[in-house]
Write a protein of this length. Structure first.
Length: 181
């Protein structure tokens, strides 16, 4: 089972009246299956999907969150808290958030690797060394005038400049959710 699945079951006798919510009225039901062990749902939300396992499908009963005490207890607790907030009417944040694509993650990792290499204590590498070790690992880049006139050199210098810009304050745009490249 997915660790962030929220498990709902019938509350023990003597608890408050049933909380007035109907999962069937959720704005975006991504998946809904009734299996032998209960109803499994994925509810769409701007802040990320909610995975729900409703163990008892009878209506009109007070429900309780079941938080299993295992290695994923904190994940389970956070998932239950997040779903409870939405069920209580708290709107989703609808934030754009910083969720870079795979390409953007690879590019940011490359820029960080370039920064690590240029900030090393054992000497400052040349742009040729950066290109050979990080950017063009499986190719042979020319030396001398061939390197100076190459598109590989121009791209390497551009990436070094972007890495330095990121280090000198450009990271603030990332924190605001603005990703370039």
């Amino acid at each position: 089972m997915f660790p962030a699945t929220v498990i709902l079951d019938v509350a023990p006798p003597g608890f408050a009246e049933p909380f007035p919510f109907d999962l069937d009225r959720w704005p975006a039901i991504v998946a809904d299956r009734i299996l032998s062990d209960g109803r499994h749902m994925v509810l769409g939300d701007h802040d990320g999907p909610h995975h729900v396992w409703l163990r008892n499908t009878s209506r009109g009963r007070s429900l309780a969150y079941v938080v299993v005490r295992d290695a994923a207890i904190e994940t389970r607790r956070q998932a239950a808290w997040r779903l409870d907030r939405r069920l209580a009417g708290t709107p989703s944040s609808q934030r754009t958030g910083f969720r870079p694509t795979l390409f953007q993650r690879q590019r940011l990792n490359l820029l960080l690797d370039i920064l690590d290499m240029t900030q090393a204590l054992d000497g400052r590498p040349t742009s040729y060394e950066i290109a050979r070790r990080l950017i063009y690992r499986n190719t042979t880049t020319g030396r001398g005038s061939e390197w100076k006139a190459s598109t590989e050199r121009r791209r390497t210098l551009r990436l070094i400049g972007q890495a330095r810009h990121l280090m000198n304050g450009g990271y603030r745009a990332l924190l605001q959710g603005v990703v370039k490249g």
